[in-house]
Design a protein around this ligand. Sequence first.
Ligand code: GLP
Length: 265
Amino acid sequence: MEIVIRQDPADVARTVAGIIGDLVTKREGRAGRPPVLGLATGSSPVATYQELIRRHRAGDLSFAGVTVFMLDEYVGLRKTHRQSYATFIREHFADHVDISDNAVHSPDGETKDIEAEVAAYERMIREAGGIDLQLLGVGTNGHIGFNEPGSSLSSRTRMKTLTARTRTDNARFFPSLDEVPRYCLTQGIGTIMESRHAVLTATGERKADAVSGLVEGPITAMCPGSVLQLHRHATIVIDEAAAGRLANREYYDEVLAHKPAWQSF
Ligand code: GLP
């Protein structure tokens, strides 16, 4: 894994936007196709989306032809609900750049047939040629997407029950804890592991334990993000506060210091 530690959240956002921007500009999707992006929700990637929108408005970045697959969605919220992840990605990103509406896909949390929906979602990702870059945040309990501790490390898109901790963490977006959904649809860990590049971003002291677990802990279903240690190309971009509990800091800095100049960030 590449561990990139930046001074503050704004630096983190610029770095992650740079990685996504490079891929989109080079149009290095599979077989010369525009790239397929896997995008995440939560507060962690918001500053990155703002930076991408800024670059787009400045005329530096076009998302024409790009396809997006969302990581997850709540079950039981209407697609148009303010807190549905389908709404989130439009509000925070897609509506502000040149991605066509029908190129943004998310699992349908209103479906009556979960089995058919999750199978169709996996099929759509496959037919698009797979995900070139998967953006990820991490939950305070180490979850990626909504793959909570205990998730199978080879799981596929499916329905999961949210833990009490995740519901409490996400209660800040809802009028009350009771209104936070109990179930979700999420890309599986196996699905995420098939992305060609996984870029995880986390900032702030409240993520320091999760970051330490996923970077330096054992690979375990109890910290789902730790599976990224097995990913063919994972980049972890964090700020000083989120890096606060890493024991091998010097090693990461040294590896980056010797990175060839053509591998920018
Ligand atoms: C949410 C999402 C995850 C996200 C995580 C962290 O529940 N399903 O994709 O990474 O929790 O959220 P935040 O960035 O707001 O801390």
